[in-house]
Each structure stands twice: as structure tokens, then as C-alpha cells.
Design a protein around this ligand. Sequence first.
Ligand code: NAI
Ligand code: MG
Length: 482
Amino acid sequence: MTFEYAPAPESRSIVSIKPKYGHFINGSFVSGKKHFPTINPATEEILSHIALGGLSDVDKAVIAAQKAYTKTWSKLSGKERGKYLYRIARILQERAREFAVLETLDNGKPIRETRDIDIPLVAAHFFYHAGWADKLDYAGLGHSPKAFGVAGQIIPWNFPLLMLAWKVAPALATGNTVVLKPAETTSLTALLFAEVCQQAELPDGVVNIVTGDGSTGAAIVNHPGIHKIAFTGSTDVGKKIARAIASTEKKATLELGGKGANIVFDDAPVDETVEGIVNGIFFNQGHVCCAGSRLIVQESIADEIIEKLKVRMAKIRVGDPLDKNTDLGAINSKEQLVKIKELSAIGDSEGAERWSPQCNLSNKGYWFAPTIFTGVTQAHRIAQEEIFGPVLSVLTFRTPQEAMDKANNTPFGLSAGIWSEKGSRIFWASQHLKAGVIWANTFNKFDPASPFGGYKESGWGREGGRHGLAAYLKNGKESGSN
Ligand code: NAI
Ligand code: MG
């Protein structure tokens, strides 16, 4: 017997969205010159208009951040800085529902995820880093580690507020001030965070938010007053940033793309593994740099796993992101939907077999049904390129060594998953996988104490944990990658 779910929409009355926003510079909102719309990707409703920051806005923000660094922030003890971080964390918790609803409206991800994953992790990042602020001298980061000054931070649209937290919390804990640019399609929660900075009475200019597009991001990267850059986004832009700073003293951490392998051995617990595969690729509509977008399954159990996966996929509820029952929300933008469709069409033309469950997708908004491709070979583009959508490529293997070879055969090296009952096999595989994050019998688990980052074209450096602090300190011992 199948139960139908009645609609259970979360009310949006808790958020109030202004018709137009400016930048947040030196503790105040200042108006922008040009604006562009931000929409709800589930309905195409225009939510607000966001300022397009130019060179002079970035310049004002950097000057404010420099002044805040020299006059206030660098003079405070770690203990005092920590208090601000605690205060921000507490306010974020108090306003969690407001942030969750706003994030869902602007991004298209399900309220279940913003409410239970994004926003709690955001608060956790601030709490965690609050605890570090007065302990930097004892963290094995070198003697009396010093901040850079102003950090320029550019973030993507897939986890808008969470990526802000990953960037802002360690920067402030280590004594830097920041100029941050949210992604063009998802600026609203960053602008609400600016209000939280005001509410926490964070000294003016410690956090500055300039909204805009790639040109605004490039202006931050190229500004001579910025000493450290933290970027999360596409490998293409990551490469541009690496080129732009190549002849400068600027330091950078780059969190880029991935094509994570989720490896299933023949002794894996089947039902748990199927859940893990679903979580690995359909969490956040697959807009996840560390998504388990390649299923690499042992040939002897492939048919059973795929059959059960299809049964499970047919139960994924796609639809209104504000509905508390929704599993898979809207694709973040029209551009991203086009990219997912194009790469999927390439999968068809290269001979892989596509399957999706029956889904009633709305005509308004941007939607893509959960999809798997079987019969994928390593040469297929859908086995090599990041699709960044709810699309899984399935490959098979016969020997453990073959699984390792296939898993490592991409330009990326961000994440991997191993499903097996045997601890010895998990340890063996984790030593052979070239991936910054490896999960065993689980997937997509995040914790502020755990460093995150990749090898090869997945980026430079680590974020989170003690390793992440080092990246914001001049003499901080950088943890190795690449
Ligand atoms: P993107 O890399 O263009 O955007 C990320 C951020 O960088 C945005 O804030 C953007 O405004 C900014 N930016 C763009 N050009 C810049 C430049 N020249 N200098 C400085 N900042 C710049 O990513 P996009 O176009 O939104 O997505 C394209 C693909 O990138 C996706 O399909 C996905 O494969 C990948 N991606 C990966 C992410 C990850 O978490 N690793 C996040 C977002 C996208
Ligand atoms: Mg939007």
C-alpha cells in the first residue's frame, strides 16, 4: 500500500525580503548603481534585485577592511575575537528558521536540507572557530602566528550560507578581516548575515559583502590590498585565479570541482549502500563538489544494486522546495539546467543507457528528474566531467585494483566513498585512492573539525579543522595537498 503525502509547506512569512539590496561596507548597507534580479528557481518569481559591484565598490570594501584590521581587529585578543564569533553563532541559531526559508527560496534546495543540514552546520562552524580564536599559539601553527590582513573570499551558489561560514569563521578566528562576494544567484542569505554582523555589534569593516558577478570577483582577486584569497567554485575560474595571482605575493586556497567515486564491493550491505548512493548523488540536487557522481560497483552485485537503486529512486519526491516532504528541489539556475541537459545528452549519444523514474515536473522553474546512466565507460564524458546535477554514472569493476584505477582516473581528486564490510579492505582502498576526503560506509558527512579539500584539479589547500586555520596565517604551516 502506498501513502500519498499531503502538501506540508513551510510558511515563508518569517522572511522579509527587500525589493532591492546594496552592498554591506564598513558596517552599513550602501546603495549600488546597477542591479540584477535574483529569482526563486522553483517558480521563476523575482525575489529581489541585487547590486552589481564594480571596481569602486570593491575598493571601498577593501579600504574598510584594511582600516578595521589595523585600527580594531588586529588589536583585539583572541579571546575577544572569539566572543564575537560565539555571538554570531548564537544569533544564527536563533534566526535559523529565517535563514533556512530564505536559503530555500533563493537557492531551490529543499527546506529539509537547509533546516537540518545547511544552517546547523553554519552555526557549528562559527562555534568551532570561536573556540580556536584564543588557542592559536598552542595549535602547532608556528610561533605567534599572524593574520594576513584582508582576505578576499568568493563563494558559489550550491551551499550559499555554508560556504560563507567556511570562509568567514576561520578568517575572523585567525584575526583577518574580510571582503566576501556571494554567487550571483544566491546573495540573499549573505545579505541577511550582514544584518547578523550588525546585531552582534561586530566592529565596522571586519566583514564586508560586495555582491556581483565574475567581474566583481575578479576585482577582489586583483585588488592590491588583498593578501589572501579563498575561492570555492569551478575549476575554470580556479585556474583563472591561480594565473591572476601567479606573480604576486598573494596566497590562495581553491576548492574546485570533483567527480567523486562511490565504490561498492561485493560484501557491502546492500540496503545501506543504496541509501548511501542516493545520498551521495541526490543530496542538494547533486550540486555538490564532493558528490558521489560515479558509482563504481563490483560486477557480481551490480544488477542487484541497480535494481534496488531504481526502486529507491522511484520514491524520491521531487517538487516544491518549501514542502517539508520534498527530497529533491529545483536546479539552481537556467544555466545549470542547460549544462546538466547537455552533458546528459552527450551520455545518450556516447551510448550509455539513461534511466529516470516517472516524475511530474512543474513547467515553471528549473527541474531535472533524478537520473542514472548505466553502461558508462571511462572514456565517456559523463565519467570524466562534473555534471553538478542529479545524474549518476555507473561503472563496474571485477578486481579491487581495477576499482582503484577507475576511481583515480579523472583530473579531480576531491572525494570518494568505500562500501565494504571488511575494515582491512576499507584501509587498503583508502590508501590507494587519490582523494582529499574519503568516507567509508557513509557519504557526504561534514564536520567543522574535519579538513576538506582536494588533490589535482580539485584545488589547493584545506578548509576546516586545524589545517584550515593554517591557510589564514602568514607563518601557518600549510597542510600539504598536491
Ligand atoms: P563559477 O566558478 O563561475 O562561480 C563561482 C563564484 O566565482 C561565483 O561567485 C562567481 O561570481 C565567481 N567568479 C566567476 N568568475 C570569476 C573570476 N574570473 N574571478 C573571480 N571570481 C569569479 O561557477 P558557475 O559558473 O556558477 O558554475 C559552473 C560550474 O562550476 C558548475 O556547473 C559546477 O560544475 C562548478 N561549480 C563547482 C562548485 C564547487 O563547489 N566546487 C560550486 C559552483 C560551481
Ligand atoms: Mg536566486
